[in-house]
Write a protein that binds this ligand. Structure first.
Ligand code: SAH
Length: 244
């Protein structure tokens, strides 16, 4: 189950931070590290600071976009010290986030996403997430070093995993009741945009409206069954037979 929990680092600047993040992960039983466009990787400094977690570094995957890193994940939690204007579901308490993450990871991959040392995650990247989490900290100085933020959330995840309900009390959830993957949600939003354009509701691409609708559906926490109901509804509004 912990193998379903992925740590994603976006455009990390210092290779040493990648190494320290890998070490933080391994101490908490996490091994799946994905790097989105790191400035410098592989790098001896990353391996050196990983200490006993070189295996995590060696297995890390490098991808070109956040979308690629999280396509098949059903929950994508962006870690950010700052509250954004985008009204995505937000966890103020990492332990509440970790409990849901561990529950979802029972069946499907999930991701915790961390931003750049200098300016964190962009609004566009936050929009690619299904949730946000903040680590409560000193209001006058609440920004943690990247690897320390990874450590805190990895610890909360490990703790939630240790304290998870015994498997005897958990009933396996059928796919239709589980959360859709990021890719399934993307297909839905692309479909919705096509229908809005065809109906004349949007006369030109309107990123703000699309972002608001994405946040609205993120808050609704749809199941796969509900998502396919909406896809059917959209399809019925389109002229002729169309797929995807
Ligand atoms: N200067 C950046 C923060 C960079 S810290 C900014 O102003 O946004 C690097 C990363 O660590 C952040 O992108 C975030 O993912 C994580 N992080 C740091 N402090 C955090 C906190 N208090 N809560 C949640 N994530 C945090």
């Amino acid at each position: 189950m912990l193998s379903n929990i992925r740590i994603v680092l976006v455009q990390t600047y210092h290779p040493g931070n990648i190494g320290q993040a890998a070490r933080a992960m391994k101490t908490m039983g996490l091994t799946d590290l994905v790097l989105v466009n790191p400035r410098q990787f592989p790098d001896p400094e990353a391996s050196r600071l990983a200490a006993g977690a070189e295996d995590v570094i060696d297995q890390a995957r490098v991808v070109a976009s956040l979308d690629q890193a999280v396509a098949e994940c059903v929950q994508v939690v962006g870690a950010s010290a700052r509250l954004r204007s985008l009204p995505l579901p937000h966890y103020d308490e990492p332990d509440a986030m970790a409990r849901t993450l561990v529950e979802q990871a029972e069946n499907d991959p999930v991701a915790l996403v961390f931003g750049r040392e200098r300016f964190g995650l962009t609004n566009d990247e936050i929009r690619r997430c299904t949730h946000q989490v903040s680590i409560p900290a000193n209001p006058d100085y609440g920004i943690l070093n990247l690897a320390q933020a990874v450590q805190v959330l990895a610890y909360e995840t490990f703790k939630a995993w240790r304290q998870r309900p015994a498997s005897d009390f958990r009933t396996p959830r059928p796919a239709s009741e589980r959360a859709p993957t990021r890719k399934q949600l993307d297909h839905f939003h692309a479909h919705l945009s096509r229908v809005m354009a065809a109906s004349g509701f949007l006369t030109q691409p309107h990123a703000r409206t699309e972002a608001q609708l994405q946040a609205l559906f993120a808050r609704a926490q749809l199941s796969r069954k509900e998502l396919s109901l909406l896809r059917g509804l959209l399809k019925s509004l389109e002229p002729g037979d169309q797929d995807d």
